[in-house]
Design a protein around this ligand. Structure first.
Ligand code: AQP
Length: 333
């Protein structure tokens, strides 16, 4: 039986190699299997958990759709829409927030990381973000959620919320507990400037990430400047584990070329980083340039991008409203 896939990406600009290798590449592969029903959501309600400029947000929503399509998701086969246009998401988030326990939410590490030291000043939305994510997933009877490693904890929370709702209302199996689909290797791409920090859209330094809109010169320059260490390339797994930046770069190479990590280590063992970086840049340019070229072409076709979202939101709304009706019945509304 095919899978019911749902996943989202925040339209917060600077979509990067981590988003691609951790999530979008997997979206494309899953959407190419005709047995799967796929829904890919531009999660604009999630984006406003931190302050957004409305004009930039609108353009980032279109850029996210363009990235999906440029990466290979066919809008005729998969539903692509933005979250704010299907009101059931916000409604279900409220309802599920009454099932979620505050103790569960306070354990979420992403909130701690994103709120930083000044937790009191973080928005309530940033804190309750995983409940909205649970609503997104559960409204569509999703069976599988392709995400990066950083979202694993939120997926576990989603399963707990589903189970609690079902138990509380004697609605056995009403919300289906979804399975995460996380790449086995290289599920977390790290910053080019710090091998211990996740590659991220909001990192101030643009040199820390490869954006999916970067051109060949920018990619080559960023890899040239990527942090490494003074030793030659590692020659075994143990050595690699201790050298975070080398591990990240070899991971990126392996993931892009579909090569087993051991094979990549052997290929470059003892060589200079400069030699490896040149090859890595070539591979990156080869894989990312076609996507970035396509994104810029699509960005000029605003009406086309808007029509994808409109059509997608109509389809998504049909599914979500049906589920919402049943939720009302269960709750006694
Ligand atoms: N560095 C990463 N490595 C692997 N996967 C990643 N993802 C994000 N960063 C990495 C995965 O990309 C999908 C979409 O992410 P998102 O846009 O919803 O938000 P995020 O995880 O908060 O992304 P960023 O880049 O870290 O944004 P900021 O800087 O705004 O916090 C998700 O499946 C995610 O796992």
């Amino acid at each position: 039986m095919g899978k019911k896939i749902f996943s989202g990406v925040q339209p917060t600009g600077n979509l990067h190699l981590g988003n691609y290798l951790g999530a979008i590449k997997n979206f494309v592969e899953l959407s190419n299997d005709k047995d799967n029903d796929c829904i890919f959501c531009v999660v604009d309600l999630h984006a406003i958990t931190v302050k957004q400029n409305p004009k930039e947000l609108r353009s980032n929503i279109r850029e996210t759709v363009a990235t999906f399509v440029a990466s290979g998701i066919d809008p005729k086969k998969s539903i692509i829409f933005n979250q704010s246009k299907v009101t059931a998401h916000s409604e279900a988030a409220w309802i599920l927030s009454c099932s979620a326990r505050t103790g569960w939410l306070s354990r979420m590490t992403q909130f701690k990381e994103k709120a930083g030291k000044d937790k009191e000043k973080a928005s309530v939305g940033l804190y309750s973000y995983p409940v909205l994510m649970a609503a997104d997933i559960l409204l569509y009877d999703t069976t599988h959620v392709p995400v990066g490693d950083d979202q694993k904890q939120h997926l576990e929370l989603c399963r707990d919320i589903a189970q609690k709702f079902n138990n509380d209302f004697g609605a056995e199996n009403f919300f289906k507990a979804p399975e995460p689909l996380i790449q086995k290797q290289f599920s977390r791409i790290m910053s080019l400037k710090d091998g211990l920090k996740k590659m991220s859209k909001s990192e101030l330094s643009d040199l820390s990430r490869i954006n999916l809109t970067d051109n060949a010169d920018q990619i080559i320059n960023k890899i040239k400047k990527a942090k490494t260490d003074p030793l030659p390339m590692p020659s075994n797994n143990e050595e690699l584990d201790k050298r975070h930046e080398a591990k990240n770069l070899i991971g990126i190479y392996s993931s892009l070329t579909g090569t087993k990590l051991e094979k990549s280590i052997n290929e470059f063992s003892g060589k200079n980083f400069s030699e490896f970086k040149e090859i890595l840049s070539q591979v990156l340019v080869e894989k990312i340039s076609p996507i970035s070229n396509e994104i810029s072409k699509l960005l000029a076709e605003k009406n086309f991008l808007d029509s994808i979202l409109l059509e997608g939101s109509e389809k998504a709304d049909k599914i979500a409203s049906k589920k919402m009706k049943k939720i009302h019945e269960i709750l006694g509304f």
